[in-house]
Design a protein around this ligand. Sequence first.
Ligand code: FAD
Ligand code: FES
Length: 295
Amino acid sequence: MPREGAAAEAGPDPAADPRTNIYLPRLAVVDRVVDEIADVRTLFWHFEDPEAQRAFRQFRPGQFAQVTVFGTGEFPASLPASPTEAETFFTVRQVGSCTAALHRLRAGDRFGVRGPYGNGFRMDDFAGQNLVFVAGGIGLIPLRSCILYALAHRSQYGRILVFYGAKTPRELMYRENLRSWEEAAGIECHLTVDQPGEGWTGHVGVVGGLFKKPGVQVPIENTTAFVCGPPVMFRFVIRDLTGMGLSPQRIYSTLERYMKCGVGKCGHCCIGVAYVCLDGPVFTCEQIQKLGEDI
Ligand SMILES: Cc1cc2nc3c(=O)[nH]c(=O)nc-3n(C[C@H](O)[C@H](O)[C@H](O)COP(=O)(O)OP(=O)(O)OC[C@H]3O[C@@H](n4cnc5c(N)ncnc54)[C@H](O)[C@@H]3O)c2cc1C
Ligand code: FES
């Protein structure tokens, strides 16, 4: 039988304290929901606790968070917002039970967030270099953060180029950003689709085809590339970039693995000796090749 007053003597429950229980999500509130493309939604959110909000906003581009939808489960999601932006959000494709449950949330609903986790892109390491971003489909989600971070620190970098492709014009994500990148000075943005239509007058073909588009000159000297997209796109783009002379050490990507803990405890995400949740999700192409990872 517990003694009277035992709870008070024992002090706060360590399992209920996010400083001592690394698995405990902090409560987040949905601010608004935006349909991005078919099956993909962006949820803008904030933490209930302003201190948690302040701490979280120290994140780096390329990091991820563990998202809990209460009563359903938890899954990893990238942080597409740049730390230089005011709002925080997730952009999530509905593929199974957790992502479907997240899609059902509406403004005012609560969910849980742990993080930020992972290594992310160390953007300061690329100072003085040209940055080439290549994305296909929802591969733009993790790269959006880096692109906006680089633009917010424009004077630190050389040329900034974005090559982005989707199956159809309807499947191009973050359209407002794409429009402003196409029009803005200081960034060269090239778009393509596999299947035109819907009044599309732009380039048609695979994203690597943009490298050879008239007027496009992809820098190789003093350049770092960031490539995210479906495996088939990744393979061809790596072949193209290395064929143009870019070293695999200078090409970065993010790996997706099944994750449970997100903090290096469960081993679910391991590829050989690497923990994708701790050592990644950002890896160079050279590291990916050494891991023997067949993307
Ligand atoms: C670091 C990281 C960042 C991610 N960021 C995003 C993001 O920003 N937006 C987004 O939409 N998704 C992202 N994902 C993928 C997302 O975590 C999965 O889609 C999600 O876990 C699926 O959960 P579910 O319960 O809805 O689907 P489940 O019922 O678990 O699975 C449904 C289907 O999706 C496949 N699947 C599930 N998880 C993964 C995975 N990790 N990799 C590949 N296939 C998977 C399953 O094989 C199955 O076919 C990220 C994954 C990682 C590891
Ligand atoms: S997800 Fe548990 S160790 Fe990486």
